[in-house]
Design a protein around this ligand. Structure first.
Ligand code: NAD
Ligand code: ZN
Length: 391
């Protein structure tokens, strides 16, 4: 079958790979109908990780069940399902408590598993024609048959629940104000979730105009462009003070506003990055005793990694300011299963429609070109926010 295979920094190819098979009676195999490219894939694509050549990417997967293991009891051939990006067992202590992003059985030695992701276990990705799904009764979320809401449902694998998770980590309550750093797919879904949850004021910080426009148009957010000055001062000026809550939807590849080339030439350059800048900005922008949600991805310090990667986990965070302000923060992978059923039902009932974040739906063969374009975040003023692949 065809699959998107990692070849090395900034290079993926569509190649023939072996088809997945049932390996355990709890498994199913699905025919992929939609699989998305994620900002998290870009960490591997940009060569920031120890991802090895040959890895099949893809953790945001949905499709139709084509094979069913003997011990699977709730799924049958032909069912339409979406899979959380987390691979989880359903019966460890964390899974029992809803923390499926931190399953202790699927990936010993690391907190949590995922499809097609470096360090997240031996699970092949779904940017391919087929995917094996372990612990299928637990992991697969059934969808209404047909092809209605295909775009919105595909976002249930990751970014809609992850955006929602950002607001829950910050314990957002109706009527509160919130600032979201990052207007990528995750930040846009956080701002949209804040709107659905009744936030009073929503501020979204980025520097990519087409992304800020989406935040304004679909989340009723006030856009804050950090190329136009300190984003924290801008938020405090607009709001008339610090906001109640904050979300970091950027992660460790944060551009340093001080160092950013203000020209149109938009490309990631490690020399212009400062992984602590967003968390420190949130500490400043949020009021004393406010809460911060950090779904943006950070990586552990790794003494065994090449020099430029080893210290990525060591951040210069102003912990003293956080302490002075008595702020709480929540971090980590999204526990997709704790949100995806309710978010699915909101989509079915017409109370949520996150499909506006999708900018492109293309064939699997176009993946190499779309990785390159998504990595630029926009090109020639065209928004490239969320790319869906259709094998
Ligand atoms: P993305 O790279 O498309 O979006 C990040 C955005 O942040 C970009 O638009 C960029 O312009 C902006 N940005 C860069 N520096 C900034 C700064 N200093 N201030 C404000 N904005 C800044 O990625 P995405 O798909 O939206 O994902 C965002 C983050 O969430 C990534 O780190 C990704 O790995 C992570 N993620 C986490 C989970 C989880 O479960 N916790 C799931 C999915 C993605
Ligand atoms: Zn993702």
């Amino acid at each position: 079958m065809k699959a998107v295979v990692y070849k090395g920094p900034r290079e993926v190819a569509v190649e023939e790979v072996p088809e997945p098979e049932i390996e355990h009676p709890n498994d199913i195999v699905i025919d992929i109908t939609t699989t998305c490219i994620c900002g998290s894939d870009l960490h591997m694509y940009e060569g920031r990780t120890a991802a090895e050549e040959g890895l099949v990417f893809g953790h945001e997967n949905m499709g139709i069940v084509s094979e069913v293991g003997d011990a699977v009891s709730t799924l049958e051939e032909g069912d339409r399902v979406v899979l959380p990006f987390n691979v989880s067992c359903g019966f460890c202590q964390n899974c029992e408590n809803g923390y499926t992003g931190f399953c202790t059985n699927v990936n010993p030695g690391f907190a949590g598993g995922a499809y097609g992701y470096v360090a997240m276990g031996p699970y092949q990705g779904g940017q391919a024609e087929k995917l094996r799904v372990p612990y299928a009764d637990h992991n697969a979320l059934k969808l209404p048959p047909g092809d209605e809401h295909e775009d919105s449902f595909s976002l249930l694998a990751d970014i809609f629940p992850t955006g929602w998770h950002g607001t829950r980590l910050a314990n957002l309550r109706p009527g509160e104000s919130i600032v979201v750093f990052g207007a990528g797919p995750v930040g846009l879904m956080s701002a949209y979730s804040a709107k659905l949850q009744g936030a009073s004021e929503i501020y979204v910080v980025d520097r990519v105009p087409s992304r800020l426009e989406l935040a304004e148009d679909h989340c009723d957010a006030t856009p804050i462009n950090f190329d136009e000055g300190d984003p924290v001062e801008q938020v405090i000026d607009e709001h008339g003070g610090e906001v109640d809550k904050g979300v970091d939807a950027v992660g460790y590849q944060a551009l340093d506003p001080e160092e950013t080339d203000k020209g149109d030439d938009y490309a990631y350059d490690p020399a212009k990055e400062n992984p602590a800048v967003v968390i420190n900005s949130l500490i400043r922008a949020v009021r004393p005793t406010g809460e911060l949600g950090i779904p943006g991805l950070y990586v552990p310090e790794d003494p065994g990694a090449p020099d430029d990667m080893a210290a990525q986990g060591r951040l210069g965070i102003d912990f003293g300011k956080l302490f002075e302000k008595g702020q709480a923060l929540g971090t980590g992978q999204c526990n997709v299963k704790s949100y995806n059923r309710e978010l699915r039902d909101m989509i079915i009932e017409g109370r949520a429609d996150p499909s506006w974040v999708v900018s492109h739906r293309v064939s699997l063969d176009e993946a190499p070109e779309m990785y390159e374009r998504f990595d630029n975040r926009e090109d020639e003023d065209e928004a490239i926010t969320k790319v869906l692949l259709e094998p």
